[in-house]
Ligand binder design. Sequence first.
Ligand code: NAI
Length: 462
Amino acid sequence: MADYDVIVIGAGPGGYVCAIRCAQLGLKTACVEARDTLGGTCLNIGCIPSKALLHASHALHEAEHNFAKMGLKGAAPKVDWKGMLAYKDDVIGQNTKGIEFLFKKNKVDWIKGFGSIPAAGQVKVGDTIHNAKSIIIASGSTPSTLPGIEVDEKIVVTSEGALGLGKVPKKMVVIGAGVIGLELGSVYARLGAEVEVIEYLDTITPGMDREVAKNFQKILSKQGLKFTLGAAVQGVKTTKNNATVSYKLKKDDSGHQVVTDVVLVATGRKPYTEGLGLDALGVEMSERGQIITDGHWQTNIKGVYAIGDCIVGPMLAHKAEDEGMAVAEVVAGKHGHVNYGVIPGVVYTNPEVSSVGATEEMLKTEGRAYKVGKFSFMGNGRAKANFAADGFVKILADKETDRILGAHIIGPAAGDLIHEVCVAMEFGASAQDLALTCHAHPTFSEAVREAALACGDGAIHA
Ligand code: NAI
């Protein structure tokens, strides 16, 4: 008899959510995690700690720039870096302990240690072999750095080191203008560092709707971030106290160097599957090191499943969570489903940027007839009151049927606003459906409705 119905390997957002759902569905479940705390990269060294620092640095920005405008007088607070890191660690602690509590409540066993799969139906942790009818790999991802760059997590750091620097640097070079580079770059810019972002492509945030990305770059530049685009980083040399980053500009092949206190390497992440024994087991992998799964997240080995960052698709915590819940349904003999067409993406800078569905560039490539409804937060009373009128909502709808195909928001609370469009898309709504839905006044969400109105007879406040 198997020890467990299901063993999940990894307790990040994909794995822990999956384990809890399996247990809720009546399966005897264990989750293997080697870290001292549950929650994976996201809770321990990723999404959650970075959001704490984004929140604290934004509060400082508000005090420095907007308090006096609201008649709030007094000196702006000074940064107590140790205090800020302690606040961040406290937030991590509350969240990781919360998952431990949820495991106990749902009767999920936490097997502490590093798991590997010696054979289908077996998970080895230390010297013990645990048997399971189904094994779900949720082992996540790790930063992928560049050749010629040695990360010491002190001077040359990945997102992990950037969340615990000894002090706020005077100068920081960020390699890569993706989500991590811009989120953490803007934290340090707000805390007083001079931040230069070096990006290989001619645009920031590749994949994002171009119009939004351009606007985003303008806003971040106004906040003091410097962008060097079309630049291929060649290498980084470190001394005891600083680093020199060498790069070549693609337009004329000229070589350049920049000296900095800290280098943040944010050039993407790669699936983390080392040590699982997948080679010996014969699990099929892609050229990019992703575990290949079928439509039910099963690998080519029967009873071995995989979800989250270690498989194909966007490396997003919420995508992993959805897959975790869906695969739990599958192994419980029910029907699990993820709608990959409606997965929101959010950049937690200030303003936030969010998106769902198609970009204009995608629709053009597909040759699809579409219309654009746009509304600037300048026309939104609440945003004006909050000094948050930079940005806009853009809704893309089918030209004939009016069905919503995508939405892109840059502005206040964009990461929350996007979800009403997600729900609308899940229900196959038209832009008019959104436009005819009463939105409370005064809220940021009125800007979403106005953009929907702009897909039809026109916005009111534009
Ligand atoms: P990314 O893939 O978003 O961006 C990496 C950037 O580095 C690209 O723009 C690329 O062109 C550039 N680059 C690559 N090689 C370069 C070179 N030699 N010189 C200059 N630039 C170079 O990767 P990032 O930001 O590291 O994030 C990794 C993953 O984590 C992504 O999948 C992201 O979606 C996910 N993530 C998501 C978050 C969110 O949803 N808010 C937060 C943090 C991470």
